[in-house]
Design a protein around this ligand. Structure first.
Ligand SMILES: *Cc1c(COP(=O)(O)O)cnc(C)c1O
Length: 457
């Protein structure tokens, strides 16, 4: 029915013929794709609309705000006001993946535990909070409240709160970005409105309302919620634009500088003989895109970044394979955007992130909802790491890289895997209520039992 629709000058039927992986994705199959546009060397990183200097500027801004965060959020005291998460090894999960893939996966497996990020319990505590702080800083300068040399704990003072109380923040979200903007917005004093898509979990809305945030609910998906936020934007209302914001992207990119320090502290080298493979769950693309930009800027070709999406919402994959970016949606390929991975339930990718990733991303793959629960359950059992379904998506990456036809042929040209470090970005789950988490776990357990039964037959 949709196959006669024309995107980028070609019918959907023609796209599927020319790129069989699109037909597989449309059939909701799990796929693994290597990016033919990958650009090596400095050419990949230059002239992408973001610069290393901007990334360093974002890191400096977060350092300035550390004095504020340490006071406002006592849980950041250990990191001296930096919002950062642990990097830990997951050897039992690696053994599990080897068994699943029925193959050796050389190297080490580390987990970047963004589920434990303070304040918002997800990767959105990077970009979302950064953008809110940027805006607060700019307003404080404009109004003459901030002076050079001030310690940023002044942002907790009454006159700052009073200033922000006359201003609004708005955002459209599937849940986690709304949580992070709502929490920081309320703390600073902004009148904050979060436009939530139908996928957003009830408890996320309740948590925001408790903090005095206005939550507008939509029957439709994420793009409608974003459109609602965009309509609200105006002179007194800053709209956090998840589909286009460079500040969000820069906030995420700082993660790479922090990761570099953690790898150094663990004495883990990254160079052509010791490649770093990173697996990042992707929704609209800003979060994983920012992190990838930062990592590629620091490590160049020694780092290989892969995005993962649900089989029911592979918007970035469609955008990159067709080169149509935000001009193509999963609906165009007859895909329903219905997934348990609420953080990734996005039908159309960010054009900004997509265009940067076109040169920098090594590949992308998709995972079924069933596998998300299965991974979530096993990770909890084996490593005591508790994630939301979206955040578990990365774990299938090392296995797929070694078992899929595309992955195997990629590895032929990218040797030294025996000294590789695989980092799976665990993007969220820290704020999931215990009861909800139990349901995720039980569902994964049931699926695991089903797999065991069918294998023993
Ligand atoms: C938002 C989110 C992502 C992806 O970030 P995008 O910027 O939408 O690509 C991944 N995992 C979780 C848990 C998220 O909340």
């Amino acid at each position: 029915m949709t196959d006669t629709k024309v995107i980028g000058g070609k019918t959907i039927a023609r796209w599927k013929q020319d790129f069989p992986i699109l037909a597989e994705a449309a059939a909701l199959k799990e796929v693994f794709w290597i990016n033919p546009h990958y650009t090596s060397g400095s050419e990949g990183i230059e002239n992408r609309g973001v610069t290393p200097a901007e990334m360093d500027g974002a890191a400096d801004r977060l350092t300035r705000f550390a004095a504020f965060a340490a006071k406002a959020y006592p849980e950041t005291r250990d990191t001296k006001g930096l919002i950062e998460s642990p990097l830990r090894e997951a050897p039992r999960m690696l053994e599990f993946l080897k068994k699943e893939a029925d193959t050796n996966i050389p190297g080490r497996l580390l987990v970047k535990c963004d589920n434990l990020l303070p304040i918002a319990g997800s990767i959105k505590a990077r970009g979302g909070i950064y953008e809110a702080l940027c805006h607060a800083e700019a307003l404080a300068w404009e109004e003459g409240l901030l002076k050079a040399g001030d310690s940023y704990d002044v942002f907790l003072n009454k006159e700052f709160h009073d200033l922000f109380a006359q201003r609004e923040l708005a955002v459209g979200s599937t849940g986690n970005l709304g949580l992070s903007i709502g929490i920081i917005g309320a703390k600073l004093g902004f009148k904050t409105t979060v436009h939530m898509s139908a996928d957003a979990r009830q408890w996320k809305k309740a948590m925001l309302r408790e903090r005095g945030v206005t939550v507008v609910e939509y029957e439709a998906d994420y793009s409608k919620a974003v459109a609602g936020g965009r309509r609200q934007a105006g002179p007194d209302c800053h709209f956090v634009d998840d589909e286009n914001s460079k500040n969000l992207f820069l906030g995420y990119s700082v993660a790479a500088l922090r990761l570099q320090k953690q790898l150094e502290a663990m004495r883990i080298p990254v160079d052509p003989e010791h490649p770093l493979c990173v697996y990042l769950p992707c929704g609209v693309g800003g979060g994983p895109g920012g992190v990838t930009y930062g990592i590629k800027r620091l490590y160049g070709d020694a780092a290989r970044c892969f995005f993962v999406e649900p089989t029911h919402a592979p918007c970035m994959l469609l955008g990159l394979v067709t080169g149509c970016h935000d001009k193509v949606s999963v609906g165009d390929f007859g895909i329903d955007n219905k997934t348990c991975a609420d953080g990734l339930a996005v039908g159309r990718p960010s054009s900004f992130a997509g265009k940067v990733m076109d040169a920098l991303l090594s590949g992308a793959y998709t995972v079924s909802d069933e596998h998300l629960y299965y991974l979530l359950y096993n990770l909890a059992e084996l490593e005591d790491i508790w994630l939301e379904p979206s955040a578990a998506a990365g774990f299938m990456g090392p296995a797929r890289l070694h078992t899929s036809a595309a992955g195997k042929s990629y590895l032929k040209n990218h040797p030294c895997m025996d000294k590789a470090v695989h980092i799976v970005w665990a993007t969220g789950g820290g704020m999931v209520p215990a009861k909800e988490m139990r349901r995720y776990y039980d569902q994964g357990k049931e699926i695991a039992a089903g797999f065991t039964r069918s294998r023993s037959r």
